[in-house]
Structures are given as structure tokens and as C-alpha cells.
Design a protein around this ligand. Structure first.
Ligand code: TIU
Length: 225
């Protein structure tokens, strides 16, 4: 067992049954002209999560533990995009519209790709998802079952939307979930802080949070990496 100094108390995991899931580190959420910016958000906040997420990816790769990436996206014909999602609000461009990085949030378009710093390596699993949660309408549950995963370490964007939704879905499915604090970001700093608080409140009602340094220390002590 590896024990990480975490909140609300220590997070223990068996290295044979841990996996990293990096949520939606896509150009559409992080770069100018993408989905996040069309919604009216200040995308500069996303920059803070890039370095820590890359470090976390490197830790998992060095340890030889499974890495899963998710991407929020839709089919070119929008067959998997509910009108309620596309027509919500008054964005500057809607899902499927042409933008500077291709069609907004459409699978295969440049904007829907994962940013270069966090791109999937050969052998890593990439899950395309039409919703905010990683389990809805995806093979993620089967993938984790095949891997024998019991503990999930989470990172990615945005904290209170796709990361929290996926973490709640995973918690309900019986996974023990640890969110790495620096490796996630929101367009709203107050929402990130509130999300971290609500995850670990009530004795870890949704799971645990830990600093990247605490996770690194725990792994280094036991794995010599
Ligand atoms: N808008 C927002 O904060 N997030 C999303 O729409 N998707 C994800 O979080 N990936």
C-alpha cells in the first residue's frame, strides 16, 4: 500500500489497482477561440493546471501505472449532442460551428485534441465522452473493470464541471478517488476552492484531495522514482 497525505485524511492505495484519469485537457477548454472561451470564460486560469498535470502524467508513466485520458466531444453530425446542450445560452459560437481551431467540440477537429503537453502516449487509453461525466455513454466502466482498477487519481479541467461530475460518478461506482489539487482548474477560482471543499467534507463524501507534492513524496518513497 502507498499512503498519501491527503484531506480529509490519508489516502491509501494499492499500486496494482490504481489508475490516473486526466479529464478533458483539450485545446477547446484551454486555448483562445475554443469552446470554453465561446461561453464567455477567462481561459487564462487553465494555464495553471498544465505543468502539474504533465508532472502527474510523468509520475504514472515512470511507475508503469495505467493512464486514461478523456475528451469531451461530439460526432460530426451532432447525433450525440442533445439540442438542450447545443442551444443553451448565448455563446459566441455553438457546438459544431466553425471556429479558429475547426468545428467547436467536434471529434477529430484540432480544437478537440488534447494539448501537446498532456497528449496521450502510445498504450494510453483515450475515452471520448459526449457529456460532462466520464461514465455517461462511454466504455469507461468496462475499461476500469478490465484493468482491475479500485483507486482513481484525477486531474484535468474544469474542476466543478467535468472533473467533479466524473469523480461523483466514480465514487457512486465504488472507486476511491483522489483529486490532485494543482492538477485541476476552473474558470472560477471560487468554484475550484468550493469544489475541493465539498469533495472532502463530511468525511470525504466524494473522495480525497491532495497536493501534487504529497502525492509525489508518497510515490517516491515507495517506488524509488
Ligand atoms: N464549461 C466548463 O466549465 N466545462 C465544460 O464544459 N467541460 C469540462 O469541464 N470539460
Amino acid at each position: 500500500m502507498i499512503t498519501v497525505e491527503a484531506q480529509p485524511f490519508a489516502f491509501g492505495f494499492d499500486p496494482v489497482s490504481v489508475a490516473l484519469i486526466v479529464i478533458d485537457m483539450q485545446r477547446d477548454f484551454i486555448e483562445p477561440g475554443g469552446f470554453g472561451e465561446t461561453l464567455g470564460n477567462d481561459i487564462s486560469h487553465m494555464q495553471r493546471a498544465i505543468g502539474p498535470t504533465k508532472t502527474l502524467l510523468e509520475l504514472f508513466r515512470a511507475a508503469g501505472w495505467p493512464v486514461i485520458h478523456t475528451r469531451e466531444n461530439h460526432a460530426a453530425d451532432l447525433g450525440d449532442c442533445p439540442p438542450a446542450k447545443r442551444e443553451r445560452g448565448n455563446p459566441s459560437l455553438r457546438i459544431g460551428d466553425d471556429g479558429p481551431m475547426g468545428r467547436i467540440l467536434i471529434r477529430g477537429e484540432p480544437g478537440a485534441e488534447i494539448i501537446a503537453e498532456c497528449a496521450a502516449r502510445e498504450g494510453e487509453i483515450v475515452i471520448d465522452k459526449p457529456g460532462k461525466g466520464g461514465f455517461y455513454a462511454t466504455p469507461l466502466a468496462d475499461t476500469l473493470s478490465q484493468l482491475g482498477t479500485k483507486s482513481l487519481v484525477l486531474a484535468g479541467v474544469t474542476t466543478e464541471v467535468c472533473v467533479q461530475t466524473t469523480m461523483r460518478e466514480a465514487n457512486d461506482r465504488g472507486f476511491e478517488c483522489l483529486l490532485i489539487e494543482e492538477a485541476t482548474e476552473s474558470y472560477f477560482p471560487a468554484f475550484k476552492a468550493a469544489t475541493l471543499d465539498m469533495i472532502r467534507a463530511q468525511g470525504g463524501i466524494v473522495g480525497w484531495t491532495a497536493s501534487l507534492d504529497a502525492f509525489h513524496r508518497a510515490v517516491r518513497n515507495t517506488q524509488q522514482i
